[in-house]
Design a protein around this ligand. Structure first.
Ligand code: FE2
Length: 327
């Protein structure tokens, strides 16, 4: 498997700072002390290297997610699932579209994924954790000084049975920001013969132990209805362009949202969410999020793989209320 993955990656010799350069189709990725340089047939484009590595980490962690993952206003990926992943520059930016500077290239999921993983392995410093909030980690800058930080190899924990009432998990301590969080458990009365089949779990207690930021984890699945809570702090390292309606319920903390037209990047709205606020996002917008303190967000996704095609054919609404027959 490792050899197979390596065969998909094209890398060159290390530069003066000790970092390798990577090729992917018409793209070339190089890092220096502060920036990622992306060369493509139309020229070159630069992204601050910390933001780039945080975005790459999410894009791999989410397996390119639903629809568009923009690293900034210009560069990103669009997941077309079995058709592949489109890597683009300026394709969903009004100014770049008008000037004809945009470029894109479609790759098989495995190829782009292997290249992104190899970039992280070579570029992430030993003291910089791309999953962490800025207060929790070191600097992404400077010449190569070893690495990578072991967090880049983090895997989601897949449970094989229903999580019940285990309350102490030494490997996942409560985050510093949630030390004073006091939850009140619900009550469950159950016949003894069913005791093995049911359990109560305090979601706040569970999320307080989340060891990463901005990484939705599926905690319940009922057919295509997926509850994906996550903890957030600082800035979502990517802008997500939806390919389906998506719902957010803020459980605690604060979150500000910047909403843009998905295909042009033109700003449409700002929202400020307080605990208990719910937002429902249309299928044709993109959003970025800011959290001034560690916050808990419940993301509700419809995992139906047919949705992008149904939306394209106009067979399913793109606005949330229309899904329920409302205006
Ligand atoms: Fe989203």
């Amino acid at each position: 498997m490792v050899t197979q993955q390596k065969a998909l990656v094209e890398s060159g010799r290390a530069n003066d700072l000790g970092y390798k350069t990577f090729r992917l189709g018409g793209y070339e990725f190089e890092r220096n002390a502060y920036f990622t340089i992306i060369r493509y047939p139309g020229g070159e484009y630069h992204i601050p290297v910390g933001e780039f590595m945080r975005a790459v980490q999410r894009d791999i962690g989410w397996n390119f997610f639903y629809g568009m993952v923009k690293f900034d206003e210009v560069f990103g990926t669009f997941n077309f699932y079995e058709k592949g992943v489109d890597m683009f520059l300026g394709k969903y930016n009004d100014a770049w579209q008008k000037s004809g500077k945009h470029y894109s290239e479609m790759f098989p999921n495995e190829k782009i994924s292997a290249t992104f993983k190899a970039i992280l392995e070579d570029w992430v410093p030993p003291d910089f954790n791309p999953w962490a909030a800025p207060r929790e980690t070191g600097s992404p800058f400077g010449r190569k000084r070893g690495g990578p930080h072991p967090a880049i190899f983090r895997k989601r924990i897949v449970t094989t049975t229903m999580i019940k009432t285990q309350r102490t998990d030494e490997t996942h301590p409560v985050n510093e920001a949630f030390q004073d969080l006091r939850g009140k458990d619900g009550e469950m009365k159950i016949k003894p013969e069913y005791a093995e089949r049911f359990g109560l779990l305090n979601l706040y207690e569970y999320l307080a132990r989340n060891d990463v930021t901005w990484n939705p984890e599926i905690v319940s699945a009922v057919e295509y209805s997926l509850f994906c809570p996550t903890t957030e702090e600082y800035i979502l390292p990517i802008t997500h362009g939806n390919d389906r309606v998506e719902w957010f319920l803020l459980l605690n903390g604060q979150i500000s949202m910047e909403v843009r037209d998905r295909d042009t990047g033109i700003l449409l709205a700002y929202l400020h969410m307080k605990p208990g606020d719910c937002t429902a996002m249309p299928a044709d917008i993109s959003h970025n999020l800011w959290a001034p303190e560690r916050s808990m967000l419940l993301v509700w996704e419809n995992g139906n793989p047919q949705l992008p095609e149904l939306i394209r054919l106009g067979k399913t609404p793109t606005a949330p209320l229309e899904e329920f027959g409302l205006k």
